[in-house]
Design a binder for this molecule. Structure first.
Ligand SMILES: [Mg+2]
Length: 375
């Protein structure tokens, strides 16, 4: 019966999700809202699948609301409508022909296809991906750039009180102040896992000097310190600094990851639903990274519970180790509002894996109406 179901319509919903406080990282100015895009796949059986992506602009992504709407509705939807959600591989192949790589646009459709499959079969997405290997997925707290050290420490305190024990400190703007900040966070939380993330903003010399000064603070990883195109610079940092190097912006496709591995440019890899094209493509990256003995850091751009759930399901069904990643950054404190009736639960710094059919989250029409910008 389920193979007979046909997708009848691909609907995009553009929402401006308010940040609790403006979200500032080293590349680009502070953002007052997240520009997130929900996709609803309607079927002739009345079941609707949902997925999420984000309009994010920085190295490695050039997306706007308009670009995502155009890619999804004009170029990808014709490859999806009329087909069964169980033709996932065929739909992905057809979308690649239509628009390659367009991972940000495809992410929402692909995850909505998984959501649909789960809802039609009455099972959670983790079941489709191989079964549940873990009940909770560890998340880290992201500490965005603030005006003063005290403000950042206050933010870290709040996360610590909620049970977070992993922190990513955003750096890349003022190295002198950032050394003091990392020292202060380490001093306050001697047992915590600490990482820094420069969001591709530093030149090689600056990154080398900063990381050398950060070596005493037992950092678990330094994330994308230099531009995404400077893989040789990353490889040299990895050789010269006693802190593991993480690749984020420089890895969109599997081909990017192979290049990182060949050059030994990083030993940690971060994926994101939008950046990497949803569950299907993230799992390919995780498989290759694991084979290369890289550590896997599940991330996301600031997301609602929809994209957060996609990572939670993928992680739940992943049989190997995972780092506490920032995949819940939107729902764990960055966003002031969610779009679902049953937001994902973050307890003691971990996200509980949803058990309902599909992604296990249900859209809240009232919240969507309040945040929608394409009314
Ligand atoms: Mg990053």
């Amino acid at each position: 019966m389920t193979s007979k179901v046909a997708i009848t319509k691909v609907e995009t919903i553009l929402i401006a999700v308010p940040f609790r406080v403006p979200f500032k990282i080293a590349s680009g100015g502070a953002r007052p809202v997240g520009e997130n895009v929900l996709v609803r796949l309607h079927t002739d059986q009345g079941i609707v699948g949902i997925g999420e992506t984000q309009a994010w602009r920085r190295q490695g992504s050039i997306e706007t609301f308009a670009s995502l709407k155009c890619a999804i509705e004009d170029h990808l939807a014709p490859r999806v409508v009329g087909r069964s959600p169980f033709e996932l591989a065929g739909i992905i192949s057809s979308m690649d022909e239509a628009l390659s790589p367009a991972l940000y646009a495809k992410a929402a459709i692909i995850d909505a296809l998984y959501d649909l499959q789960g809802k039609l079969l009455g099972v959670p997405v983790w079941q489709i991906l191989g079964g549940k290997f873990r009940d909770t997925v560890g998340a880290c707290a992201v500490l965005p750039i603030k005006d003063s050290l005290e403000e950042t420490l206050e933010g870290a305190d709040q996360f610590h009180r909620r049970g977070f024990r992993s922190f990513t400190v955003k750096v890349g703007v003022n190295p002198e102040a950032e050394v003091k900040l990392v020292a202060a966070v380490r001093n306050r939380f001697p047992a915590a896992i600490l990482r820094v993330d420069a969001n591709a903003s530093m030149h090689f010399d600056g990154a080398l000097a900063l990381l050398k000064k950060l070596e005493p603070y037992e950092l678990d990883a330094a994330e994308q310190m230099v531009p995404m195109w400077d893989l040789d610079g990353m490889a040299e940092l990895a050789r010269r600094v006693d802190i593991p190097i993480m690749a984020d912006e420089c890895v969109a496709t599997v081909y990017d990851l192979l290049e990182v591995i060949k050059r030994r440019a990083a030993t940690v890899m971060q994926t994101k639903v939008a950046k990497n094209g949803g569950i299907w493509h993230m799992r390919n990256l995780w498989t290759i990274a694991r084979a290369a003995e890289m550590r896997i850091y599940p991330g996301n751009h600031p997301s609602t519970s929809v994209a957060t759930a996609a990572v939670a399901h993928l992680a739940a069904a992943w049989p190997g180790p995972l780092l506490d990643g920032p995949f819940a950054v939107g729902i764990s404190g960055a966003f002031a509002r969610d779009v679902v009736q049953n937001p994902l639960v973050v307890e003691n710094g971990a996200v509980r894996v949803p058990d309902g059919p599909g992604l296990g989250v249900t859209l809240d029409e009232e919240a969507i109406a309040a945040m929608r910008v394409d009314k």
